[in-house]
Design a protein around this ligand. Sequence first.
Ligand code: TTP
Ligand code: MG
Length: 410
Amino acid sequence: MLGRFWNPPPADIMEAVNRRIIHVDMDEFFAAVEKLDRPQLRGRPILVGGDPAGRGGVSTASYEARAFGCRSAMPMVTALRLCPEAVVLPVRGERYREVSDRVFEILERFTPVIEPVSIDEAFLDVAGCERLLGPAEGIARRIKADIPRELGLTASVGLAPNKFLAKLASDLQKPDGLVVLTERNVHEVLDPLGIEKLWGVGPAAAEQLKRLNIHTIGQLRRTSAEGLTEALGQLGEHLLQLANGQDDRPVTPDSQAKSIGQEQTFAQDLAELDELRRVLLQQTEQVGRRLRRHGLKARTIRLKLRYGDFTTLTRSQTLPEPTDVTQEIWGQAEALLLAWARRSQRPLRLLGVTAAQLVWQRGQLPLFEEPERLKQRRLDQALDEIADRFGDEAVRRGPPDGAEEPQGDS
Ligand code: TTP
Ligand code: MG
């Protein structure tokens, strides 16, 4: 991963109207990685955790071990009493971190607005990418399909209008589940669930609610706000909101910022510089558009070049200040390409451009902009609007100077 940084977005800006939140949670994560690395363990109860001879606890119980009542955080000796035939394995943190990085790499293809919750779990806000990638439900399905196809592990995925519901949804059909909650089905799904499913309901609050004869989310939802506040104080108000399926917390990307890139493998290796410039300009347009859609600016522009023998080069340039203006990204990307071309004329198998070291700057337009930048910003805005209405393919800036007018749509 790159050393990159990210300014956390101010909460008020993230309070987008139409949130489409996806929650991804890997199934029996540590145990699943062990099964992946040692297929002979599949189908057997596994306990990953501390040494039973010491006083270690269970980090992960495989689903086979859960059938015997074994759970995370249970002392290993207790778990082994419940399931004496379980295979006990030590925690291999480094390996889990490596697999986790690969999961996050898959998620980053869909959006840079990702909030990691733990090693195997994250929220994604995909509202900003629906125009590019299609409806959020399709994105959720693609994530759920890509992870097993590429990593051999399953994930459970929830899609909903907010974080609370998305997390609840990903848990409803675990393992290997996909649940979509909408305003329409939310009460039908939530009402029968036990109050323990609400964030903030620990054993003590659960006990108190049960004393009020409130056992399900539906019963809680129908309780008066006054009664609840009296019994539970502020927590009561919070729980009532959750029971109604309301939650305003934004997805807050962490400081390990992501990058936005576009690359293309050619059917036949490409040597023609004008042709390469034309491809690169098109990629730059898309990268610029994605940056602006997410309210991001990039500090570093990186080019990726791969030869027919798979030798891969990267060339990067850091800008004096972060930008989301296509023309400025193009200036750097083109300069990098030309600098490479002066030294090498080997045909390329792949070409790509990435905007990295992203910063969040939505709504912070400078008070004064140079006339040229302002002009470029207006041009970007106009083209973005057309792309939003008619698709990315509808917009193409003129060919770069010196390049031939493109033939067809390749
Ligand atoms: P979880 O996602 O809570 O659990 P899980 O992935 O094992 O199972 P599920 O299919 O229900 O999602 O936690 C992810 C990993 O974090 C888990 O594999 C091990 C680790 N972990 C601990 O080390 N200690 C704990 O108490 C818990 C809950 C998890
Ligand atoms: Mg998990």
